[in-house]
Ligand binder design. Structure first.
Ligand SMILES: Cc1cc2nc3c(=O)[nH]c(=O)nc-3n(C[C@H](O)[C@H](O)[C@H](O)COP(=O)(O)O)c2cc1C
Length: 396
């Protein structure tokens, strides 16, 4: 799939630069046309002539020395994808802040709108430093694709996280970056987290949902090309193409989901929404001295039902947390007017609230139950999008 593709390989100044020569070789062998750009430091670690011989094109080093009057924009325009491997802490930081003083970072910036894959490589302490971690958060949220680093042997005999991933893995990331986003053009709304219903100004009725499942669904959709509105009570997903709407109560979530769903092609409602709320929350903090309060509950809006009765309505996926048997979920799949229901038994080990994994069953309105194995929440999200894409067809 790389045959004939234009790949700009950026090399910055770390020991792993020697692997960039092998990466260039792999890309050329896969049929890609490869041009390279090196920082000054990189030339201390890897010969310019080496990359020239492998790719058939002299690396660009420096913005002003070359014969091309504007080498960074030439490279960026030519590129289908830019890959920076290794990406040093310094280079990553310059890209994140837009400090484009050298040909590599200027190329990375000039390639805005195209996929840019970054393969960080550095010592563990440099990687774990808050400055680097801030940089990575910024880069991810700006839409850069980050591969690695891996854990293993580092230069100087150390061991730990920071090692550049192997060239084969970088080639796979480049292929993935060039793959068409199968959800491109889709408008998606996802709900995540658990709602909180006030008892008094201090306390609330809540639940154990961490928001991780919904966040994974939103992140996966955005990475596959969808425009996503994530309505959440939990920590935001920093991801290009995800608009985050932070809410607290079922009422607020309902308003935000219904507004976005009116425009959406697909709604995935993964939030754990309170069914009932205190009808008359206390204006002041309830006091122990006043004895146990008598709290009267009233129903909250049924968000799923509200979307189900929209006309036209988006393709609708509901989530159902069950304890024990999934019989109730089968009834719910039929009754709620969804296209798919994702049910999980939250009492199972490794499943449900607060874990990184989930063991779910997909249930169709006609009662077909398809159990999935224990997967990471991101794997569940990707499988779910595979299924939704297959059921809806590719068109937005
Ligand atoms: C022997 C040696 C190895 C280095 N390895 C790395 C490395 O793996 N990762 C890194 O971020 N910096 C590393 N550095 C520091 C960078 O070379 C330095 O920050 C440099 O300014 C990076 O410039 P560049 O990002 O423009 O290439 C190393 C320095 C030396 C002397």
């Amino acid at each position: 799939m790389l045959s004939g593709r234009h790949i700009v390989l950026g090399v910055s100044g770390g020991v792993a630069a020697y692997k960039a020569a092998y990466l260039a070789r792999r890309l050329v062998d896969a049929g890609a046309q490869v041009r390279t750009v090196m920082t000054d430091s990189a030339t201390r670690f890897l010969g310019v002539q080496t990359l020239a011989a492998i790719t058939g094109s002299t690396p660009v080093v420096g913005l002003f020395a070359a014969t091309d009057v504007s080498p960074h924009t030439t490279l960026a325009r030519w590129a289908d994808v830019v890959v920076v491997a290794p990406a040093t802490a310094a280079t990553l930081s310059r890209i994140a802040t837009g400090l484009s003083e050298d040909a590599l970072t200027a190329t990375a910036l000039a390639a805005w709108g195209k996929p840019v894959v970054l393969a960080p490589a550095m010592h563990t302490e440099m990687w774990e430093h808050p400055a680097t971690q801030r940089t990575m958060t910024t880069l991810r949220s700006d839409g850069y694709l980050v591969v690695g680093p891996a854990t293993g042997a580092l230069a100087g005999g150390d061991e730990g996280i920071g090692r550049m991933v192997e060239p084969e893995e970088i080639v796979a990331a480049v292929e993935a970056a060039l793959a068409p986003g199968d959800l491109g053009g889709w408008q998606v709304v996802v709900s995540a987290g658990g709602t909180r219903e006030a008892i008094d100004p201090v306390r609330y009725l809540g639940n154990r949902s961490s928001g991780r499942m919904g966040n994974a669904v939103a992140e996966a959709a955005a990475q596959r090309g969808a425009e996503v509105t994530l309505v959440t009570t939990a920590g935001a997903v920093e991801q290009r193409r995800v608009t985050v709407v932070v809410v607290d109560t079922a009422e607020e979530m309902a308003a935000a989901v219904w507004k976005a769903a009116a425009e959406a092609d697909v709604a995935v409602l993964a939030a754990a929404v309170a069914d009932f709320r205190p009808a008359d929350p206390a204006a002041g903090k309830l006091r122990r001295a006043d004895g146990p309060p008598h709290i009267v509950l009233e129903p909250t809006p049924d968000i799923l039902a509200g979307v189900a009765k929209m006309s036209p309505r988006p393709f609708l996926v509901g989530f159902a947390a069950e304890t024990g048997s999934l019989d109730e979920a089968v009834v719910k799949a039929r009754r709620k007017g969804v296209d798919l229901l994702v049910a999980n038994d939250v009492t199972r080990a490794g499943s449900g609230f607060g874990t990184d994994t989930n063991e779910v069953a997909l249930i169709t309105p006609d009662g077909v139950v398809e159990p999935w194995p224990l997967l990471t929440k991101r794997q569940v999200a990707d499988r779910l999008w595979d299924r939704v894409a297959a059921m809806r067809g590719a068109a937005p």
